[in-house]
Design a protein around this ligand. Structure first.
Ligand code: NDP
Ligand code: OXD
Length: 309
């Protein structure tokens, strides 16, 4: 019995070798090579071509090799009633935290404006801000948001977070549910989105939400492009309600070369690389789940198919 790796980037061999080295007794295939479809019990997927999961009649579960599983639910041919697992990993979480903290400090210390000024050979000191000047609001206090919140507290930031169910994290003000969203937003001077993309959160970063943030707020979206209404962000930056945005994720990736975000001085773009599943850290949990499945034990890091995350 075996695992098939299905992904469209150039990392299939990397994952295959890492899995094979960690578990020489398990047969690992790339979906691009000839493989016995009847023997496949686990599909390890990352943005698989839609429809490919239907080929495997004996699939026991789908393992996502990242944290976000939105692409699995977006494929309406995904076999129903199969368990889905995802990655919950300390390295993935600390990498995300480092990314967001880098973006926050770049904003506080005006690095983004200085980069623009540099292109104009412009020597222009800008008033900088301090850690104590800012309240950071995190949309989503899950595996990633919680680690970020703790790190921000450690730095001395006033930190607050919003989630479906109320969290208890020392020194983090916790908000929960739609009824507390406005209060949360009204004091979030830097807003970080670390929500999963679901029917409930799609398009959540829109004009109506931005207008509830304090004037001059800064937005960081490292979750999914589908959370953001692109035109609303541009409008709220151009009317000065927002002071800037750092974006790692986009509706279409790679971002098309004619997208207005590229030319916008207040938008800072990274290529969906805030935090990447590292095989050295993630492969052990993939193997652990495979063994659990073989032994009839419950799987780790199961996704709720009802909630979509
Ligand atoms: P989790 O599932 O662990 O956490 C999600 C959080 O969002 C939970 O706190 C959950 O609340 C909250 N949430 C979900 N839906 C709602 C809602 N409708 N209203 C309020 N709160 C809600 O996810 P992770 O932290 O592991 O990952 C978050 C996302 O980050 C991923 O889905 C992925 O899209 C993105 N990501 C991006 C990467 C990048 O490189 N840019 C890398 C890795 C992940 P509750 O706890 O109450 O359920
Ligand atoms: C993920 C990602 O969800 O890298 O893991 O975006």
């Amino acid at each position: 019995m075996s695992i098939v790796i299905i992904r469209q980037d150039d990392k299939i061999e990397l994952w295959k070798n890492a899995l094979q080295e960690a578990a020489p007794d398990i047969k690992i295939y790339s979906y691009l090579e000839s493989h016995p479809v009847d023997e496949i019990e686990v599909a390890l997927v990352w943005k698989h071509p839609k429809g490919t999961l239907t080929k495997y009649p004996n699939l026991k579960y789908i393992a996502c090799s990242g944290a976000g599983v939105d692409f699995i639910f977006e494929d309406d041919t995904t076999p129903q009633n199969l368990p889905i697992t995802r990655v919950v990993d300390t390295m993935l979480a600390s990498d995300m935290s480092e990314y967001v903290i880098a973006a926050i400090f770049s904003h506080l210390k005006r690095f983004y404006e200085y980069k623009v000024n540099q292109t104009k050979s412009l020597w222009k000191p800008e008033q900088y801000k301090r850690i104590r000047d800012y309240t950071i609001g995190i949309l989503g206090l899950g595996a990633l948001g919680t680690v970020l919140a703790k790190d921000l507290v450690h730095f001395g930031f006033k930190t607050q977070g919003w989630s479906n169910s109320r969290k208890e994290i020392p020194e983090v003000q916790a908000f929960a549910g739609q009824e507390e969203l406005h209060e949360f937003l009204s004091s979030s001077e830097i807003l970080v989105c670390l929500l999963p993309l679901t029917n409930e959160t799609s398009g959540i970063l829109n004009k109506q939400l931005f207008s509830q943030l304090p004037v001059g707020a800064f937005v960081i979206n490292a979750a999914r492009g589908g959370h953001l209404v692109d035109a609303d962000l541009i409008e709220m930056l151009d009317n000065q309600h927002l002071s800037g945005a750092t974006l790692d994720v986009f509706h279409q990736e790679p971002l098309s070369s004619d997208h207005p975000f590229w030319q916008h001085e207040k938008i800072h773009i990274t290529p969906h690389y805030a935090s990447v599943s590292d095989t050295s850290s993630v492969v052990p949990q993939i193997i652990e789940n495979y063994r659990r499945m073989q032994q009839g034990r419950s799987l780790l890091n199961l996704v709720s198919t009802d909630k979509g995350y």
